[in-house]
Ligand binder design. Structure first.
Ligand code: HEM
Ligand code: HEM
Length: 232
């Protein structure tokens, strides 16, 4: 394996080793938070400790930041490898530096979203973080699988990341709302996010199978991807 192949493993390895286990813990706490609240509502005494809600929130914050970070790494690898290969740094240096700036701006917006308290600033930084991901994702170096968008690792990933950004933005609303409207919005959207995460597990492993090692790429490039055949 060459260094560029190893660099391509950073994103999937982080997903498997860090993000997915974290997701499991967050979902476990989510389930307990709901069970505890429902049993308290019925007047019962739950065995579940009162800390599950704040543990869910603490690790939920980690999860949403990790997912946005993972998405940025997933985008950075194809963008920077292909840009270097196609000499974009010298031939279109404006776009190259614009992309660097977009990475920095997206990370800065995410940091600010974590710190923002008022509704307005939470909305502003959530929008900026989401816009950063979409702008970076629309670069020509990113393989979006438009011809099979319904099983695209890119579209699933961006949607899951958007839902995580939204989760970060509405935290105070969940607590302030006595009617539980925001709580229910959160539960519905994040159950949907859970499905997208499952999708990421499947489409990501498929993509690992499809992407050739760098020394095999020129040979695999001769294959006919429509009729699924390769020259002998
Ligand atoms: C796939 C991921 C997630 C799922 C499935 C999920 C689901 C849930 C569920 C079922 C509840 C309990 C609702 C109830 O009381 O009826 C809850 C509460 C909550 N969630 Fe999540 N959630 C996820 C991720 C997140 C993230 C990423 C954050 C923050 C960034 C977050 C913040 C909260 C907060 C603040 C509460 C209220 C906790 C409390 O009552 O103390 N969740 N979530
Ligand atoms: C939370 C979960 C994940 C998110 C949000 C995510 C997001 C992304 C995004 C946005 C891209 C760039 C677009 C693309 O090339 O498709 C990408 C690339 C990729 N992802 Fe993921 N991903 C996740 C999990 C995984 C997992 C579990 C694997 C495999 C085990 C994986 C393998 C890959 C591969 C192989 C690429 C192509 C990278 C390249 O071209 O160098 N991803 N991911």
């Amino acid at each position: 394996m060459y260094p560029e192949d190893i660099a391509g493993l950073i994103h999937p390895a982080l997903a498997v080793v860090f993000v997915f286990p974290l997701l499991g813990i967050v979902v476990n706490y989510a389930w307990q938070t709901r069970q505890r609240r429902l049993s308290a509502k019925e007047g019962g005494k739950s065995k579940i400790p009162a800390s599950v809600g704040s543990e869910h929130l603490k690790l939920g914050r980690w999860l949403s930041n990790a997912v946005v970070g993972l998405t940025l790494i997933g985008l950075a690898h194809p963008i920077f490898t292909k840009m270097t290969k196609n000499q974009v740094w010298s031939q279109d240096s404006f776009r190259a530096w614009f992309i660097v700036l977009m990475f920095v701006a997206t990370i800065a917006s995410l940091v600010m979203l974590n710190r923002a308290r008022t509704k307005l600033w939470r909305a502003v930084f959530a929008t900026l973080t989401g816009m950063g991901l979409v702008i970076l994702g629309s670069q020509p170096e990113v393989f979006r699988r438009g011809f099979e968008w319904y099983v695209s690792h890119y579209y699933y990933g961006i949607t899951a990341a958007m839902l995580m950004i939204f989760s970060l933005a509405i935290i105070p609303d969940i607590y302030q709302d006595r009617t539980n409207r925001w709580r229910n919005v959160h539960v519905i959207l994040n159950c949907l996010a859970l499905l997208f995460f499952l999708g990421q597990g499947m489409t990501g492993t498929r993509d690992l199978l499809e992407i050739p090692l760098s020394w095999q790429a020129s040979h695999i490039g001769k294959c006919d991807f429509t009729n699924l055949t390769c020259p002998p």
